[in-house]
Design a protein around this ligand. Structure first.
Ligand SMILES: [Zn+2]
Length: 465
């Protein structure tokens, strides 16, 4: 039995222990959003640090920057002459959402039907545990790793990696590596391992529309008094056309067309409308915008607009009034080629132009990060395809992702253009960022095994410059 097989056997035999490590992390409500207790993110960083130490990683430390949620670092650097790989995941999580919609409590990880339910079980505490477990399996059975490993587990990914630039400036030399592996994305389907080669970017903002300084009786004042809710609704409605495509002038002019390789993958994946219906849970009579392969193209390679939350009064306080203000948070998922600042500028100008009745419009809370893509060529991608196929017993797919990870672009650039392998454990049923988030436990085990094969394959790959 060769070395990798020994470690793989250990990983398969200990998969229940690794699930238990994951449950321990997922019990900590490490929500990084403002308004949630920061101490939970700190406890989560400590628990991650303890797990990395237990796995045999060395020099484990919590890296702090003023005002930032803590990052955790660890390494193992005794494979002289072999490449150095940098592993990335994040330990902060999204808020739980509406507690009453969870079938089991969000921070009590619960197994049902071969999946582990709970906030962060997939996004992205699974990412941290996959690598800790793969490292532990190698060190326990072989006493060594085939490559040098550095691992960084971030604490503020879900709020847009706000201190990333500063972090990279401060710790760049510590992070230097020949290839980076980010475990925070999804597989094309359960049992279909995938390498993500394109991410959308994001431009988002709060919009507040005001027409008065206090709410007024809708009978005594309604008619001449403009309703800010209607004003905001008209503004929102003007952003897209009947097909759901963005019509803000100039916003689509720089969208990158899918490359030949991307087109080939889109075709090979044979995605269907039926699959989209099944995976998304869209209502039976609700129309899908796009057909077949075009659906994936819309998600991965074109921009989309959504209104994430909207508020004026509330169900509880609903009364016969005209509100004084209406608020919403909206975002554009950006395709390759789009400049996030330019998109924000054009979107704001468009909304201002469409604001009726001289209503006051204020913008705040803006975020902007570009899309990212890579050409899946070279030895790192060959190694990844080989390792994933061995770990899952299914050929790897090369896919795009409609989500955004602002970290990837700047990080790859800081590492001098080192290849970035985005390999995750989520799947279309994971429901990240929503209620009843879950992880497929079979694929979790396959992901750990693939990681072991990947370290081995990268040790043989001609990566060093
Ligand atoms: Zn994530």
């Amino acid at each position: 039995m060769d070395n990798a097989e020994k470690a793989v056997r250990y990983a398969r035999e200990h998969s229940a222990d690794f699930v238990s490590d994951l449950k321990d992390l997922a019990r900590i409500p490490s929500v990084s959003f403002p308004g949630f207790d920061r101490k939970n993110v700190e406890s989560s960083a400590e628990a991650v640090a303890a797990l990395l130490k237990k796995s045999g990683l060395e020099n484990v430390e919590i890296l702090s920057l003023p005002g930032a949620h803590p990052y955790v670092y660890g390494d193992w650097l005794h494979a002289a002459g072999a490449p150095t790989i940098l592993l990335y995941a994040h330990h902060d999580v999204q808020p739980p959402g509406r507690e009453e919609l969870w079938r089991s409590p969000p921070f009590e990880p619960t197994e049902r039907g071969g999946r582990l339910y709970g906030r962060g079980t997939a996004d992205d505490k699974a990412g941290a545990v996959v690598h800790a477990s793969a490292v532990a399996s190698c060190l326990e059975t072989l006493g060594r790793l085939p490559v040098n490993v550095k691992i960084i587990i971030e604490g503020e990914e879900e709020i847009g990696s706000l201190h990333l630039e500063e972090f990279l400036r401060r710790f760049r030399s510590k992070l230097s590596a020949d290839v980076m592996i980010l475990t925070d994305t999804g597989n094309f389907d359960v049992g279909v391992p995938s390498v993500t080669t394109a991410l959308r970017g994001m431009a988002s903002l709060d919009v507040t529309v005001r027409t008065a300084d206090h709410p007024l009786h809708s009978g005594m004042w309604g008619g001449p008094l403009p309703d800010p809710v209607q004003a905001l609704a008209k503004m929102i409605a003007s952003v897209t056309d009947a097909k759901g495509d963005i019509v803000v002038p100039g916003i689509l002019s720089r969208v990158r067309k899918p490359s030949a390789a991307e087109r080939k993958s889109l075709k090979a994946l044979r995605y269907s409308e039926a699959k989209f219906r099944e995976q998304s849970g869209i209502l039976r009579r609700t129309r899908i915008l796009g057909k077949g392969g075009e659906i994936l193209e819309r998600i991965w390679y074109r921009p989309s607009f959504s209104v994430n939350a909207i508020q004026a009064s509330s169900r509880k306080d609903c009364a016969n009034i005209v509100n004084e203000a209406a608020w919403c948070h909206m975002g554009v998922r950006l395709a390759g080629g789009m400049n996030p600042q330019d998109v924000l500028k054009r979107l704001k100008a468009h909304l201002l132009k469409r604001a009726p009745w001289g209503a006051s419009v204020q913008f705040s809370n803006e975020t902007a990060s570009p899309a990212w893509n890579t050409d899946p060529e070279g030895p790192a991608f060959v190694a990844a395809a080989e390792a994933l196929e061995k770990g899952y017993g299914h050929p790897a797919a090369f896919i795009g992702c409609g989500g955004s990870i602002p970290f990837v672009g700047p990080f790859a650039a800081a590492l001098g253009g080192a290849p970035a392998l985005l390999i995750g454990v989520e799947d279309p049923y994971t429901n990240p960022h929503s209620e009843n988030e879950s992880l497929h436990l079979g694929d979790f085990s396959n992901a750990i095994v693939s990681a072991i094969y990947l370290y081995e394959a990268l040790s043989r790959a001609p990566l060093k410059k």
